[in-house]
Design a protein around this ligand. Structure first.
Ligand code: NAD
Length: 259
C-alpha cells in the first residue's frame, strides 16, 4: 500500500537506535525526507548513513538532547515545519519511588512529558494551516498497565497522555492527527536492560530469562523496532487520517484487558 507520504517532512526524535530508528527508517522508505535526533553525533551519523543507503531518502542528523530546550531548538532549526513529528526520548530509570528525588522526577517529566509538549507547541499550528499533520508519541504499555517499579514512567507518560487526549480533538478538523504508540516488549537496548535485570533477579542466564519473559507474551516473542516503525508509518499515512486521540498498544497481546 502506498501510504501517500512521498515528499513529506518527518522529524523523528531520539532515533539513533531502537524504536525511534525503526520509525525513521519506515518513514524514509515511504518517501519522506527525515530529520533524526540523538545525543551522540557518531552513532547518529552512522544511523543516518545506514537509513540513506537502505532507502535512498534524504536524512539529516541533528545532535542534541531532546529533553533540553537547546536540543529542541537545534531540531526545530533544522526542521522548523515538519509534516510528521515522532516524539521519543530515553525512558526513566526503574526503582522504588521512595528513592527518587525531585531531580529524578524533573528529568522524567522533561524527557517523557514536556519535551513532546513543547515540540508539538512549536509545530502544530503550521500543520493545521497546511491542512496536514501527523504526530505520534512513543509512550509505553505502562500508561495502561502501570508497574510499581516504573513509577517515573507511569507518572510522566500518563501526564502526556492526558494532554494529548484534549489536543487531538482540538486539531482533528484540520487533518492533523495525534496518537500515542504504546510499546510492550520490543527488542532494543532498553529492553535488554530489563532482560538482564530479570536474569539477575532469577539467577539465570540471559537466554533463559528472555525465554521466561517471552513465554508471558501471547505472541511468544518480543516485537522488533522494524514492525514498530511500520505501525508508526501507517499512523502517519493519508489512509489513517480518521484515527486520532488513540493509545495503540504494540505488545504482541500482552496487555490482558478488553479495553
Ligand atoms: P533505545 O535505548 O533502544 O533507544 C533510545 C534512543 O533514544 C537512542 O537512539 C538514544 O540515543 C536516544 N535518546 C535517549 N534519550 C535521548 C534524549 N534525551 N535526547 C535525544 N535522544 C535520546 O530505546 P527504545 O527501546 O527504542 O525506547 C524508546 C522509548 O520507548 C523509551 O522511552 C522507552 O522507555 C520506551 N519503552 C520501551 C520499551 C521496550 O520494550 N523497548 C517498552 C516500553 C517503553
Amino acid at each position: 500500500m502506498d501510504l501517500g507520504l512521498k515528499g513529506r517532512k518527518a522529524l523523528v526524535c531520539a532515533a539513533s537506535k531502537g524504536m525511534g530508528r525503526g520509525c525513521a527508517e519506515a518513514l524514509a522508505r515511504e518517501g519522506c525526507e527525515v530529520w533524526i535526533t540523538a545525543r551522540h553525533a557518531d552513532v547518529l551519523e552512522a544511523t543516518a548513513a545506514s537509513i540513506r543507503k537502505a532507502t535512498g531518502a534524504r536524512v539529516t542528523a541533528v545532535t542534541g538532547d531532546i529533553a533540553t530546550e537547546a536540543g529542541r531548538q537545534a531540531a526545530l532549526a533544522a526542521c522548523p515545519e515538519p509534516d510528521i513529528l515522532v516524539n521519543n526520548a530515553g525512558g526513566p530509570p526503574t526503582g522504588d519511588f521512595r528513592n527518587f528525588t525531585r531531580q529524578d522526577w524533573d528529568a522524567a517529566l522533561e524527557a517523557n512529558m514536556l519535551a513532546p509538549i513543547f515540540l508539538i507547541k512549536a509545530t502544530i499550528d503550521a500543520m493545521t494551516r497546511r491542512g496536514f499533520g501527523r504526530i505520534v508519541n512513543i509512550t509505553s504499555v505502562t500508561v495502561k498497565q502501570p508497574f510499581a517499579s516504573l513509577a517515573l514512567s507511569n507518572g510522566a507518560r500518563s501526564g502526556l497522555t492526558g494532554f494529548i487526549a484534549g489536543l487531538a480533538r482540538e486539531v482533528a478538523r484540520h487533518n492533523v492527527t495525534v496518537n500515542n504508540l504504546l510499546p510492550g516488549s520490543i527488542a532494543t537496548d532498553r529492553s535488554e536492560v530489563f532482560v538482564a535485570s530479570h536474569a539477575k533477579a532469577r539467577g539465570i542466564s540471559r537466554e533463559a530469562a528472555l525465554a521466561e519473559l517471552e513465554k508471558e507474551i501471547p505472541a511468544g516473542r518480543f516485537g522488533t523496532p522494524e514492525e514498530f516503525g511500520e505501525a508508526c508509518a501507517f499512523l502517519c499515512s493519508v489512509q489513517a487520517g480518521y484515527i486520532t486521540g488513540q493509545n495503540i498498544l504494540i505488545d504482541g497481546g500482552a496487555y490482558p484487558g478488553t479495553f
